[in-house]
Ligand binder design. Sequence first.
Ligand code: PLP
Length: 388
Amino acid sequence: MKDKNLRLDTRVTHSGRAPAEHFGMVNTPVYRASTILFPNLAALEAKEGAKLRYGRRGTPTTHALEDAICALEGSERTLVAPSGVSAISVVLMSYAEPGAHFLVTDSSYGPTRKFCEFTLRKFGIETTYYDPAIGAGIESLIRPETKLIWMESPGSQTFEVQDVAAITETARRHGIATAIDNTWSGGYFCQPIAQGADISLQAGTKYISGHSDVMLGTIACSAAVYDRLRETYLRFGICVSSDDAYLALRGLRTLGVRMNHHHASGIEVANWLLEQPEVLRVMHPALPQDPGHRMWKKYFTGASGLFGFVMKPVDHDALARMFDGFSLFGMGSSWGGFESLIVPSNPSVYRTATEWNPGGQTVRLHVGLEDPADLISELRMGFDRLRA
Ligand SMILES: *Cc1c(COP(=O)(O)O)cnc(C)c1O
């Protein structure tokens, strides 16, 4: 990227493109490759230093995506992985060693926890889960063998916002690496590397791709930790197809307009939900009454379309009447696409450091790019069916 002083929307538009290198084409084309040929023996013998040497080690298309993510996240380096979960595993594995200790927020994404519990534990790595509201208090949990502090802000089920700078500053004093799952913001509303994190990763599956048709993970990081991450990445043979990298770049170009739309519509739907008699509480950090609002204002420039609410206790048949009648809100895993989604969730079952007893049914919404008035009228009809 030519100019780091350009503003975010301009960087997202121009990064990862080099038309002069590709016959003038606006977009870096899909380069499909396994073998890459060298012109002579000397070039073959010098391949260690070559930028392009074998398909698994990247193509111009995947490099373009890495450059674009660097511009988005404000990072020195980026690695791209075939899913958000693979990005998570690469980062966690990179700090794993016998006897190591990790600190992981209690609000973290389920598969992150599972990697710690099922994979890392087998190798003698211990994980302590901490209250997402801990802030600088994280210091009391640090041990001599603590190697990594993991954050996710806001938590993608329960939406607590973390005091990232307090945690990264504490970690730095102790020489501990910090990683944060930045999927919620799409990297557009928050750049955690500037807040002191060593690593900001995303499920690029979500907002970066934005169209519910790509699996992708992105690991943006400082130069200081890049070699360590890259070593794990190479050893596991992680790579992304150029077709998927191309689709992600295509999605990325409209990230700004999409995110601003998700922001405005999400707040409109959240405010409407606040007034419904069935709703006990809305978990959306951009709402002034949300407990994370002050932190959200400090660390984010906007809110994505993903948030939650808690309904008064309902019986399962009534919930099914409500959910089965939706046509604009789909039911399924993931989020961050152009379309709206709704799923019931039960965060109580996995929490260990904190309790999640909201007093009713937790629901997660993704507000897509539809007209919010249509989404609200669909939700209104859903509550009517619930009462029927
Ligand atoms: C979906 C998700 C992931 C995992 O992404 P995949 O691409 O589905 O593997 C990681 N973190 C968060 C917060 C997510 O919501």
